[in-house]
Design a protein around this ligand. Sequence first.
Ligand SMILES: [Zn+2]
Ligand SMILES: [Zn+2]
Length: 345
Amino acid sequence: MRHFFDPHLVNDVFGDPVLYVDFLEERRALLFDLGDIRALPPRKLLRISHVFVSHAHMDHFSGFDHLLRVVLGRKNAVVLFGGPGFIAQVDHKLRAYTWNVVHRYEVELVLEAREIGTDGRLQRARFSSRAGFVREPCAALELAGDVLHDEALFRVRSRFVDHGTPCLAYAVEQKAHVRVAKDRLAALGVCTGVWLRELKGAVLAGAPAATPIQVRWRDRQGEHEMNRSVGELHDLVLDVVPGRRVGYATDLCFTEANVQTLEQLFGGVDRLFIESVFLDADRDHALRKNHLTARQAGEIARRVGARSVATFHFSPRYEGREQALIAEVDAAWSGPQGGVPADAS
Ligand SMILES: [Zn+2]
Ligand SMILES: [Zn+2]
């Protein structure tokens, strides 16, 4: 089945955590974390409209330079989100270079940094190539609950978890949408036509049920036409489908507060991407490092009701033993439907 978006991990389980969410029909993408992104070809980097950084440890932020180098002179805008201190971190990255020629580039690049405070406020600043990437402040925004970014067809939510430092976990959610039930269309004896687009548009815009729709179509017998209302047609040929939901959580310790935060963010997600850095035999070490063990990751996946799980960010000490980590996640999760194994893609 073709989805509205397709999330995949850019690196293998021992590489830096980076999730690329490809919006197949829109020629654009979202990026979660910005560590080593060299595996992404420039054409894929150029599709990125928004980057969501969990925290600024090097394995999550060192790819900033590579992204900037690829998009500079070729793309107009990239918006980057991060936690406390993020605007200064972006500013410092930019200040590390000499920008005496970029103001002449034909394509202006504007980087917008958005910093999520633990108080629910969103500070913003912009950096334009025309001005040598000098920091320009923008008005702060008040966030609506945990919704960080909202578009017509999808939203991104986020919440802080504890990693010895505040770290953001993210959820990407396609909004509920309407789908044409082709079999019922045939049973009704009508064919597709422009009227279906009108109907979908009316439903999505919340038009009253009595709104008339002229159903017109053409087949071998010629032109046909009938008048129906939005309400009638909605029930007859449209299904409201819940949107696909994907969760991304990395770099956190296993505390009850963290698990509850993830339950609020991820309840019932279709796919959960979650770190499992250590085997549970090394759980004391995991706690000291503020990371999850594979068993803890599986337990979180079970508690949030994830329908499928992908795991990553394995410690190099387990090189050659990745199956042991995956099996441990799987055993603790053993999905709600059972039988669907955790994987690492
Ligand atoms: Zn990390
Ligand atoms: Zn970290």
